[in-house]
Ligand binder design. Structure first.
Ligand code: CO
Length: 153
């Protein structure tokens, strides 16, 4: 009986410790970017502090055109991989949100249409300060004008 109580107490203490360390230590940073009906983002650079544990990127489509005609997403990759991924996105199709099955994609949002908003949260530990990262819209034909740099520092 005593042993059982002790085990239970330890479990509770452990759970509390986990909850506290999780909430106290994890720092989620948020960045917001817009896409419009002119195939543009409103930012060509996003900067994230290396002290952020997680980055939440919110994409707002401030245009009015529908997803299938003027869809936007936010896809992140190393700059050296981005054109390769962007060029294979068209064949991935609208149903997949023009996201190819490619593990070089670090993070991506859903594909949205005018008036919609979407977010993605991912671990900053996947990124390294000094690496060259590009974000882009993978809707066919959009990455030429819809691209920017993510800088970790
Ligand atoms: Co787009």
């Amino acid at each position: 009986m005593i042993r059982r109580v002790n085990v239970l107490a330890l479990l509770i203490i452990g759970a509390l410790a986990l909850a506290f360390s999780g909430s106290a230590a994890a720092k989620t940073c948020e960045r917001v970017i817009e896409g419009n009906d002119q195939i543009q983002y409103n930012k060509s650079k996003l900067v994230v502090g290396a002290d952020c544990d997680k980055l939440k990127v919110t994409l707002k489509h401030v245009g009015q055109l529908p997803r299938k005609q003027m869809g936007h997403n936010w896809v992140l990759a190393l700059t050296k991989h981005f054109q390769d991924i962007a060029q294979s996105a068209a064949s991935a199709g609208l149903d997949s949100g023009y996201i190819p099955d490619d593990d070089r994609i670090i993070a991506h949002t859903d594909l949205i249409g005018g008036g919609e908003s979407t977010s993605i949260t991912f671990d900053v530990s996947q990124l390294k300060a000094g690496n060259d990262y590009t974000y882009f819209c993978s809707f066919p034909g959009h990455y030429g004008t819809m691209q920017g740099k993510l800088v970790v520092k």
